[in-house]
Write a protein that binds this ligand. Structure first.
Ligand code: TXA
Ligand code: MG
Length: 349
């Protein structure tokens, strides 16, 4: 795999020629976006799209998002576009918002996982835009991780997961936001949020009036109350190799409970990571303690969550005890990822 470093301060068109050509001939190129790294291929080439699934080990019924650089492509890829789509595009594009619309004929079912709808987003990262333009194509790109693993926010993560399976990665450093885009489905009567992201429900509401969460987003029925010893189980997404357990409650009680559990683990020789925040780090006395960011500046947390989960794996911890991250603005998006990564294992204190 070719690793091409891109210096954001001095980007040159020529640096994107090879990557653009690879996309045109059906290859796979990973690239940074403002949310996470994407694994790109020509979205209108069924074979290229199919290659994405193979490289990721992704089930073929899980649809891909198409990345565009020009608004005119929206009308090539989708039909029966509602007014709300234009309002959202005007407010949030380029940026971390994906819209689900009815697909046009040119979009192959291989790209949409067999669906008659299509996810479309215009990323704001200039490297992503330069790549799309250099390829002269629209680019299908899921997050550039092995299926089930935490999304990738650095080229190093992409290399970790996909080396030998893809043609190239454009290394543009760390993604700014660190969580995938907000997905809003505009094909029904009421716009539905299918995946919370950095753009919040309130922000969407301000632009288009009514918007609701899809039931599956809020569904925490799978929550389990577990002891720290319970093994990881069930379906996982965004999952580190370690068994991740979330502690929920008043923050000072959470710190106490994690300290007790970490101490017990250490006595038994179980290497334990503690996912803390800047505010709580001094309160921990046990385990390998790492701060994900400060609760006073939420983007520091979104930007480092996946990175930290991967770091714990590199450190070889077997268990990660995580503070619940019920943040003011981005709590919905962050907890959606953290709960899935934990297989919904929550200890209420
Ligand atoms: O921020 C992002 O969205 C990143 C960057 C690379 O753009 N991409 C990303 O892609 O997160 P991926 O494949 O990891 O997640 C896409 C999600 C999946 O959960 C998929 O099921 C959903 O979008 N999706 C895509 N097309 C859809 C459709 N037509 N209907 C419903 N869900 C769709
Ligand atoms: Mg993904």
């Amino acid at each position: 795999m070719i690793v091409q470093k891109i210096d954001r301060r001095h980007m040159k068109k020529e640096e994107f020629e090879k990557a653009g050509e690879l996309i045109r001939i059906g290859g796979l190129v990973a690239f940074p976006t403002e949310t996470v790294y994407g694994l790109g291929a020509n979205a209108l080439d069924p074979q290229a799209a199919a290659r994405i699934y193979t490289a990721k080990g992704r089930p073929s019924d899980n649809p891909l998002i198409i990345h565009i650089a020009d608004l005119t492509d929206l009308e090539r890829l989708a039909i029966e576009i509602p007014e709300t789509a234009y309002q959202l595009a005007e407010h949030f594009w380029p940026g971390p918002l994906t819209m689900i619309l009815k697909k046009s004929e040119i979009v192959p079912l291989e790209t949409t996982g067999g669906l008659e709808t299509v996810g479309i987003r215009m990323p704001s990262d200039p490297i992503a835009i330069m790549l799309i333009r250099a390829s002269g194509r629209v680019i299908a790109a899921p997050s550039a991780n092995s299926s089930g693993r935490p999304s990738t926010t650095k080229a190093e993560h992409v290399i970790e997961d996909l080396d030998g399976k893809i043609d190239m990665v454009l290394d543009g450093g760390a993604s700014d936001i660190g969580l995938e885009s907000t997905i809003v489905d505009l094909t029904g009567k009421i716009p539905l949020i299918l995946r919370p992201g950095f753009i919040t429900a309130d922000e969407l509401q301000e632009t288009i009036g009514s918007v609701e969460y899809d039931k599956a987003v809020l569904n925490r029925e799978k929550d389990m109350v577990v002891t720290a010893k319970a093994p990881g189980m069930k379906y996982k997404h965004y999952a580190p190799k370690a068994n991740l357990i979330i502690y929920e409650g008043k923050l000072e009680d959470v710190v106490k409970a994690i300290n007790i559990a970490a101490k017990q683990n250490e006595k038994q020789g179980i290497a334990t990571g503690v996912l803390a925040t800047d505010e709580t780090v001094p309160g921990y006395t046990c385990g390998i303690v790492r701060s994900v960011g400060t609760r006073r500046d939420e983007i520091t947390i979104t930007a480092h969550l996946f990175d930290l989960l991967r770091e714990f794996d590199v450190l070889g911890v077997k268990v990660i005890l995580a503070e619940s991250l019920e943040l003011m603005e981005h709590g919905q998006a962050v907890m959606n990822r953290l709960l899935k990564a934990a297989g919904y294992q929550v200890v209420k204190v």
